[in-house]
Ligand binder design. Structure first.
Ligand SMILES: *Cc1c(COP(=O)(O)O)cnc(C)c1O
Length: 232
């Protein structure tokens, strides 16, 4: 199957999942997780109608930016971000989805202020409370939101989560529901510089279930590009 055929199949599945949940399919964006795929593959995916490119690694993103790989498509950062690489990401992407700790918020604020811009971000939630994973604990999020007003160059646009690895396509249902509920609770609280328009959750194996639970953005790699070759 070609990249275009894969994307057509994903769109059909997204639409079916949205309709089954009584949602408008246009509410849900398809972010292609492009890690380990080259500029040519990225261009094919853009031509086939993905909504967003999501990149994980700063070096890889910088390389593909130099090749104009993302032309015609919004670019998001979705990977673990070291504070010493913030300078290479702020202002280069329209959204940093993976803001997972206070130190990173501080570093993004400093860099965005320096560049004189406001950086849109998502707060990443460690919804499965996994010790090895980044992200704010769900219970910690209220303290984080209270501090957002001291980051005038940051705008929180929603939440993102990478739930635990599951053996089946609905194994993370509970976590997706918890994420949705959290975003509703945060919306109700109404904080300055915080909106919950984006709920980024669902990957190749479970995006239909994520859509059923209220996802507005799925991040899909393998189902678009095929298996990644980690030996390279
Ligand atoms: C790689 C990646 C994805 C996509 O994973 P697949 O299972 O290949 O669809 C989604 N989100 C993030 C943060 C990723 O790093």
């Amino acid at each position: 199957m070609s990249i275009a055929e894969n994307i057509a199949a994903i769109r059909a599945k997204m639409e079916a999942a949205a309709q089954a949940a009584g949602r408008d399919p246009r509410e849900i964006a398809l972010c292609a997780a492009t890690k380990m795929n080259d500029a040519d593959a990225v261009r094919q995916a853009i031509a086939a109608g993905i909504d967003i490119c999501g990149e994980n690694r700063v070096q890889e993103m910088t390389q593909k930016l130099s090749e104009n790989a993302y032309e015609g498509c919004p670019l998001h950062f979705i990977g673990r971000l070291q504070t010493n690489k913030v300078r290479q990401v702020v202002g280069k992407v329209s959204l940093i989805q993976s803001v997972d700790r206070m130190k990173l918020l501080e570093a993004i604020q400093a860099e965005a202020a320096k560049q004189g811009l406001r950086q849109d971000i998502l707060l990443e939630i460690n919804i499965g409370n996994e010790p090895a994973k980044g992200g704010f604990a769900p219970g910690e999020i209220w303290t984080v939101l209270d501090k957002i007003p001291v980051f005038p160059n940051i705008r929180v646009c929603g939440l993102m989560a990478i739930p635990p690895i599951s053996e089946n396509s609905t194994g993370n249902h509970k976590f997706f529901q918890e994420m949705y509920n959290l975003s509703v609770d945060i919306t109700r609280k109404k904080s300055d510089n915080v909106s919950m328009g984006i709920l980024s959750m669902g990957m190749s194996d479970d995006f239909a279930d994520a859509i059923a639970c209220g996802s507005t953005m799925i991040r899909v790699g393998t189902a678009i590009f095929g298996r990644r070759d980690y030996r390279k």
